[in-house]
Structures are given as structure tokens and as C-alpha cells.
Design a protein around this ligand. Sequence first.
Ligand SMILES: [Zn+2]
Ligand SMILES: [Zn+2]
Length: 102
Amino acid sequence: MLEVRPTCEHCNKPLPPDALDARICTYECTFCADCVDRVLGNVCANCGGGFVPRPVRPRTNWKGDNFLGKDPASTNVKHRPVDLKAYAELVAAIGSLPADQR
Ligand SMILES: [Zn+2]
Ligand SMILES: [Zn+2]
């Protein structure tokens, strides 16, 4: 199940479960839309993959106990600001490969 992390890894901005500006990669690395657009250029600093908008987990028990009341969002803050120099090297390495070999 998706962890629904509480903040942006880079700037530590709060990203509550209903935030529309939360972005995640396939490993659930979680960043705000500002950081993804302005700092990361849609390349995850941890895995090199892309991001998608994080879905909202409902706060209402619409069906089958699948809601925040039963499965609360994570409170485990992962504030690991991106090392911009290492990140630039990662992006350069990824960019040197054809798209189907990344
Ligand atoms: Zn951020
Ligand atoms: Zn990632």
C-alpha cells in the first residue's frame, strides 16, 4: 500500500493526504510539484525515474474501510534535500543514454 508520506523530501513542505501538488516516483519518493518542476525536471533524484501526481486517499469511508481512518497517512518525515551536484551528474548520465535504455 502507498505510504502517503507527509512532506516533500527536498523542501520539507507539508503534503497532506489530499494535497494536489504531491508527486511520487515508482518507489514512492515524494516531492512537491514545485520541486519536481523547478529543481528536478521530472527526474527522481533517488532512482532516476519519472514522477506522477500522487492520488488522494479518501478521508471518508465510502467503501470497504478503504480510507484514511483505517489506513492513515505516514508520519515518517523523509527530509533529504537533493545534493544538486550529484543530481546534475545523475541527469547527465541518464541523458547520455537512448530513452529505451534508461
Ligand atoms: Zn518541495
Ligand atoms: Zn525515485
